[in-house]
Design a protein around this ligand. Structure first.
Ligand SMILES: CC(C)(COP(=O)(O)OP(=O)(O)OC[C@H]1O[C@@H](n2cnc3c(N)ncnc32)[C@H](O)[C@@H]1OP(=O)(O)O)[C@@H](O)C(=O)NCCC(=O)NCCS
Length: 206
């Protein structure tokens, strides 16, 4: 990304910072939280604990694991978290000094036989390792993370942004479809007991 693109990208981050007052239940006691205190920024290896991110991923993906979908993020080690973060451009959402969400943007994919062919197209970026902590879900934070990555891909001049999920998790497939992602192809990850679908969204110019 050139300097000018980076500057406009920082302003995209500012625009996407979440504002408003929301209610959340913690320990069964409703609390009013100021969501403007949520920040989304690039992952920082000094500030952001890999153990904390890994733990948040485990908690977020636990429900999918219980349903029988063995997503890597449900059980991965911190070493795997780091590997998946640093293979792309990772973001973290933070609130009250805690990591409450993450997403990693991958502008390119390695020419690896395990990778979906669609991800290898130079006009296509993708995202992964995407989660919001269970207690902070359903407040628009996931949507903001996706919007941020879409803006990043647009600034990179990508035509499409893609992602993948288990074809059997219909609520996730619908979640992406409601955001303009369309079915492209099927894919088998070697580790997975399920078949994945690749979804992609055509991005407009920035
Ligand atoms: C998928 C995931 C990241 C979505 O995160 P999220 O923060 O809950 O997502 P959002 O809040 O943006 O949207 C979820 C739903 O909450 C509701 N919602 C969104 N904003 C809201 C708000 N401000 N107030 C109340 N409800 C809201 C909406 O119903 C929304 O769904 P819809 O817009 O498609 O109808 C999260 O559910 C998660 O971590 N899941 C486990 C891990 C996972 O599945 N990762 C992806 C694997 S492919």
């Amino acid at each position: 990304m050139g300097d000018r693109a980076f500057l406009s990208f920082k302003s995209v981050i500012n625009i996407l910072q979440i504002s408003g007052i929301f209610e959340i239940t913690r320990n069964s006691e409703p609390e009013v939280l100021d969501m403007s205190a949520i920040t989304i920024d690039f992952y920082d290896s000094i500030r952001d604990s890999l153990d904390e991110i890994t733990n948040m991923l485990h908690r977020a993906y636990a429900g999918l694991a219980e349903m029988g979908f063995n997503y890597v993020a449900a059980t991965q080690s911190t070493v795997v978290t780091q590997k998946r973060l640093t293979a792309g451009i990772p973001y973290v959402a933070r609130f009250d000094n805690c990591i409450i969400g993450t997403i990693t943007y991958y502008p390119t994919a390695p020419n690896d036989i395990e990778e979906p062919n669609y991800y290898k197209n130079k006009d296509v970026a993708h995202f992964g390792q995407f989660a919001v902590s269970p207690e902070m879900q359903q407040r628009g934070i996931g949507s903001k993370l996706i919007e941020l990555v879409e803006a990043h891909a647009q600034l990179d001049g990508k035509r499409e942004l893609a992602c993948d999920t288990a074809e059997g998790v219909l609520q996730l497939v619908d979640y992406y479809k409601r955001r303009g992602y369309l079915l492209i192809e099927y894919h088998r990850w070697p580790h997975a007991c399920y078949r994945s679908i690749i979804l992609a969204k055509i991005l407009g110019p920035m």
